[in-house]
Write a protein that binds this ligand. Structure first.
Ligand SMILES: *[C@@H]1O[C@H](CO)[C@@H](O)[C@H](O)[C@H]1NC(C)=O
Ligand SMILES: *[C@@H]1O[C@H](CO)[C@@H](O)[C@H](O)[C@H]1NC(C)=O
Ligand SMILES: *[C@@H]1O[C@H](CO)[C@@H](O)[C@H](O)[C@H]1NC(C)=O
Ligand SMILES: *[C@@H]1O[C@H](CO)[C@@H](O)[C@H](O)[C@H]1NC(C)=O
Ligand SMILES: *[C@@H]1O[C@H](CO)[C@@H](O)[C@H](O)[C@H]1NC(C)=O
Length: 422
């Protein structure tokens, strides 16, 4: 360990892990010993607009870490699984524990991760071709879910992507159904709505969701559906219709998928993955949480979203926001955005876009992603500005998760490399 600032609660967790007594986590990890000895986190429940763990209000704050199941940013050593066409590879175990330790050190409680649920259409994915499961693809997901549980970090997992990235999404199912559609050429093609409306495609998607949710994790003895570490499934990521911003993800589809997922995984919360709060979805009984994304942060849009969700008596989660400033005196101001969420009675949390960490097994470099929103904690190359944004995020996480304030001059925590597997 090269850190002198490894937070005490992490040291305790690491020590306890060697004996598996986990006294550190008594509050968040009681009961329910699994098949081979790992204990389950408590389930998260919802009462009205409040989420509860063990009867106490609980907040979901953290980053998006989209690559936990399948990555696109690292070319692995020769001989390791790699799909050059999609640039897909599996993240190393060390990269996963590195980001979990980082989230913990920042005071976060959750990670939202696309590739724990969306893994389609390329040779390394969970479902490379229609109906066919690639068991090898579960190894990295199993590890991430297992270690997240050990670190006490819960997971929000989207089940389909509106877009056509390396890990697949609604276009994968459209192509499997014989519709020659791609994101670039067909974003405005009304035919893409067949993802929501075509019975054949709906059945194929449900079959996929069943395969993902009922996979049994050998590390824990639990299926993903049974494992409370995944506290919420989200119908999808940024689901839209053929017009940008139209929120045209049919309410019937949302209700059907929500019911279906709750049938498979009755203890999980369900997030409506429509891109924006669609008023016609607010009455869907099986939806627990509504959500929106912010590029840049926008306090006016946030207030409007919160008002809608409050009136419906549901919970609200800001699923993605840009951490990149600058803050202004108007609506694009992350400090003001956090203030609103911290004071809101219906906002249960948020996740910034997006966290990367060190390129383990090496500890000397960080993994980069090219979208302009990559945040790396502890990178010596970070600007003062970047570190000040990390500090703002950390203060927000701690205010939300512990109800505490940290002094503004307190140093950012550092995380040892490698971070322990717990
Ligand atoms: C739904 O998709 C199937 C499979 O591609 C196709 O045969 C069928 O015509 C589609 N249904 C409609 C209503 O377009
Ligand atoms: C699919 O559509 C693209 C144009 O969008 C076309 O270039 C390609 O040939 C088509 N593929 C098939 C199999 O029809
Ligand atoms: C749990 O058991 C499985 C075999 O069923 C094994 O692969 C896995 O390593 C075990 N996990 C732990 C943490 O002991
Ligand atoms: C909301 O969902 C409804 C029902 O599915 C859909 O008709 C509508 O286009 C969506 N968008 C808005 C802005 O209401
Ligand atoms: C951003 O919002 C905070 C909190 O409302 C405020 O104190 C700060 O002055 C704002 N920043 C700018 C540049 O106006």
């Amino acid at each position: 360990m090269r850190s002198c600032m490894w937070p005490l609660y992490l040291l305790a967790a690491a020590a306890a892990a060697t004996t598996k007594t986990t006294a550190d986590a008594a509050a968040s990890r009681p009961a329910a010993a699994a098949a081979n000895g790992t204990t389950a986190l408590s389930a998260v429940t919802r009462t009205g607009s409040t989420l509860l763990v063990d009867g106490k209000p609980w907040k979901a704050v953290g980053p998006n870490v989209y690559w936990l199941g399948l990555d696109e940013n690292v070319v692995p050593p020769a001989g390791d699984p790699y799909d050059p066409a999609s640039k897909s590879s599996y993240p190393t175990k060390g990269r996963v524990t590195d980001v979990l330790a980082t989230v913990k050190a920042l005071g976060g409680t959750i990670i939202r991760s696309h590739t724990l649920g969306i893994s389609l259409g390329n040779p390394l994915s969970v479902m490379p071709t229609p109906g066919v499961v690639n068991e090898a693809a579960f190894a990295s997901i199993d590890w991430a879910v297992y270690q997240a549980g050990q670190y006490g970090i819960r997971l929000m997992v989207p089940l389909i992507d509106n877009f056509d990235y390396y890990h697949g999404g609604k276009y994968t199912f459209l192509r499997w159904a014989g519709l020659n559609l791609t994101q670039n050429a067909d974003a405005n093609n009304p035919e893409i709505q067949q993802f929501y409306t075509n019975a054949t495609i709906l059945a194929a998607f449900k079959e996929y969701v069943t395969k993902v949710a009922t996979h049994r994790n050998p590390y824990t003895g639990r299926t993903y559906a049974e494992d409370p570490t995944i506290f919420a499934y989200e119908t999808g990521n940024e689901l839209l219709g053929p017009v940008w911003g139209d929120m045209d993800c049919p309410a019937d589809w949302v209700a059907d998928i929500a019911r279906f997922v709750k049938g498979l995984a009755p203890q999980k919360l369900l997030v409506d993955g429509t891109y924006g709060v669609n008023q016609t979805h607010l009455a869907i009984e099986e939806v627990d949480i509504f959500s929106d994304h912010y590029y840049p942060v926008d306090t006016t849009k946030l207030q409007a979203d919160l008002e809608l969700v409050e009136a419906a008596g549901k919970a609200y989660f800001a699923g993605e926001y840009s951490w990149v400033g600058p803050d202004d005196a108007g609506t694009n101001n992350m400090t003001a955005f956090f203030d609103i969420i911290e004071k809101s009675a219906v906002a249960v949390g948020d996740a910034f876009w997006s966290l990367f960490g060190r390129n383990l097994p090496g500890c000397s470099s960080f993994v980069d992603h090219s979208d302009g929103f990559t945040l790396q904690c502890g990178n010596p190359a970070n600007s003062e500005y970047t570190n000040s944004r990390i500090q703002l995020i950390r203060k927000h996480f701690i205010a939300m998760s512990q109800g505490a304030q940290i002094p503004s001059d307190e140093d950012l925590p550092t995380v040892p490399c490698p971070a322990p597997a717990l």
